[in-house]
Design a protein around this ligand. Structure first.
Ligand SMILES: [Zn+2]
Length: 117
């Protein structure tokens, strides 16, 4: 596992929550396209996190604390909920009560598609 020999950058892990911990705790995963999946299991693999979702996807994500996924999870961003994953309502509410109230999601979507009638 010589990926681990790259070393000193690890110091930063203390400052922010590592991606793995976030996923492990929330059991939710926002994909690159902004679809929120439910997570069955996740596992640390060196600098990667392996995520298995309820809709039978398996993903390897770079476990960087400043990466897109960590940022999204911390900020509770997503555009859509995966229908196959059937994430329970209470979990979504817990994850995103702020988002639903303040509509941060639509703010994000508008930035990606600057199309407002
Ligand atoms: Zn899914």
């Amino acid at each position: 596992m010589n990926l681990l020999d790259r070393g000193p950058k690890k110091v930063y892990y203390r400052k922010q929550i590592p991606l793995f911990r976030l996923v492990e705790k929330m059991k939710l995963w926002p994909s690159r396209r902004g679809i929120l999946h439910g997570v069955i299991a996740c596992e640390e693999k060196g600098f990667y996190v392996r995520v298995m979702t309820h809709c039978d996807r398996e993903m390897f994500i770079r476990a960087s604390k400043n990466g897109r996924a960590s940022r999204w999870l911390r900020n509770k961003w997503f555009f859509k909920v995966c229908e196959e994953c059937r994430i329970p309502e209470w979990k979504l509410e817990k994850y995103s009560s702020t988002l639903f109230k303040r509509r941060w999601g639509s703010f994000l979507i508008n930035r990606e598609e600057p199309r407002k009638p």
